[in-house]
Design a protein around this ligand. Structure first.
Ligand code: HAM
Length: 431
């Protein structure tokens, strides 16, 4: 017999876990709409060159993690490792910057793919919810975006989100800093890991991101970005921090934070969350300001900012934080029938109640009443509506509250009103 397993780094989610993911995404959608965002949908695969160019030839994503293949037409295709590049490509292709008011504010949700070593909260296919605010040249848009991510995570149930923030400065500052870093690592890189040797040649900034403990010892004494910022970059960062202070958004400045993608300038940030036992799954969301992405893809130069939240990381942590509060699948009514003659009426009534916006199910085969009651309980039904031969004539149905086991008789005409009142009452009590 064939035995098919899900692929390494992928997962199946169902029932409570899947409901929790959907609720998380719905909550995020509701929040970003308050900030003027509308949805954008882009393909999950693009030509490889788009990601190679925007994420950076030297980034781990491009050198090690992309799912790349040649399609039957000989095109070089990559499953998106992140969504930003595709969103900006769509904005440029559709000339949205020319036909709509700036800034463009788009949110998205969907899968991304990275060939990483799987671990808790780290998958090869994972989902990101993100926003991109494109075409506004003000530090306030960075503040607004950072604060949106922070508020969104709080709304999801994360009470003590830690915001790590850094600046990569403008191009002039970054160039000066890179020269200083090259000088510092010049005679040290020989003793560092193979990745750092490559990073030294391709993008020395990326060495700061190395996780090798021996390399980190060397990195800790490296020159700091803050000493190479020109006045414009200093002022920019100062303003962002000042407004975060004003809004009482706590942050930690982390001068090793360079991010894994090449398109950032000025402010970069990550949201972290630590469980009570001190463990972390890595950043639960991250983003930054970018100035050159739109023009690199063929549009005008437009300052932009965005972030993406890792839905699996958020969800794994929420399962832990909220535990018993996670929504279970449930039904409002389970319709129970007694034998062949009542099946058709039960079916029609079930459909009618569904059309009236109740969550209803029934057994579509002949089963004993006790088996059907068991099913109703297993499906977490609030009420059981019972249809016997007598009820076919009287149009009056016994309705059993499965929680209290009390039973009442309700006529067909009063059914919808009765259930509406009862269910609203029950929801109020649950609140
Ligand atoms: P990123 O930091 O590469 O940024 O990813 C954003 C978030 O996606 C991470 O903080 C993490 O929660 C989640 N994530 C990343 N890799 C994995 C994985 N293998 N398994 C599970 N979750 C993962 C970006 O992707 C940028 N596009 C964000 C951005 C938007 N910057 C500007 N606009």
């Amino acid at each position: 017999m064939a035995n098919y397993q899900n692929q390494r780094g992928t997962y199946d989610a169902f029932d409570e876990e899947a409901i929790s993911i959907e609720n998380t995404v719905e909550t995020l959608k509701d929040i970003v709409k308050f900030y003027g965002y509308s949805p954008i949908h882009t393909p999950i695969y693009e030509q490889t060159e788009l990601f190679a160019r925007t994420s950076g030839e030297s980034s781990d994503i491009v050198t090690k993690e992309m799912f790349t293949f040649t399609d039957k037409g000989g095109r070089n295709i990559t499953l998106r490792p992140e969504v930003t590049a595709g969103v900006i490509r769509a904005i440029v292709n559709n000339k949205l910057y020319a036909t709509k008011d700036l800034p463009l504010k788009y949110y998205y949700y969907g899968p991304a793919f990275r060939y990483e070593r799987p671990s808790k909260g780290r998958y090869r296919q994972f989902n990101q919810f993100g926003v991109e605010c494109v075409g506004v040249n003000s530090f306030l848009s960075d503040v607004e975006t950072i604060s949106l991510g922070f508020t969104a995570l709080q709304n999801l149930g994360f009470e003590n989100v830690i915001l790590k923030i850094n600046t990569l400065g403008d191009e002039e500052s970054r160039n000066a800093y890179q020269i200083a870093l090259r000088e510092y690592f010049k005679d040290k890189v020989e003793n560092m890991c193979a990745d750092c040797k490559r990073r030294y040649e391709q993008n020395v900034l990326r060495i700061l991101d190395c996780k090798d403990p021996d390399d980190q010892e060397i990195i800790k004494d490296a020159p700091k970005m803050k000493d190479y910022l020109n006045d414009i970059s200093k002022e920019y960062f100062k303003n962002v921090l000042m407004y975060l202070d004003e809004q009482q958004i706590p942050y930690e400045i982390d001068d090793t934070l360079v991010r894994g993608l090449d398109y950032y300038s000025h402010v970069v940030f990550e949201y972290h969350y630590y469980l009570k036992d001190g463990t972390s799954l890595g950043a639960i969301g991250a983003g930054g300001h970018y100035d050159n992405l739109v023009n690199e893809i063929g549009g005008p130069k437009l300052s932009s900012v965005g972030f993406a939240i890792g839905i699996e990381r958020v969800n794994t942590l929420l399962q832990d934080i909220l535990k018993d509060q996670l929504e279970k699948p449930y039904l409002d009514v389970y319709v129970i029938h007694m034998g062949e003659e009542t099946l058709q009426t039960a079916f029609m009534l079930t459909q009618e109640l569904r059309n009236n916006c109740f969550r209803v199910d029934m057994c579509l085969e002949n089963k004993s009443i006790s088996q059907q009651i068991k099913l109703a309980n297993r499906k977490n039904a609030k009420y059981a509506l019972i249809i016997g031969e007598n009820e076919l004539k009287t149009y009056v149905y016994p309705i059993k509250n499965l929680l209290t086991t009390t039973q009442e008789e309700v006529s067909y005409q009063d059914l919808v009103d009765y259930l509406t009142n009862k269910i609203i009452l029950m929801e109020d009590e649950e609140c």
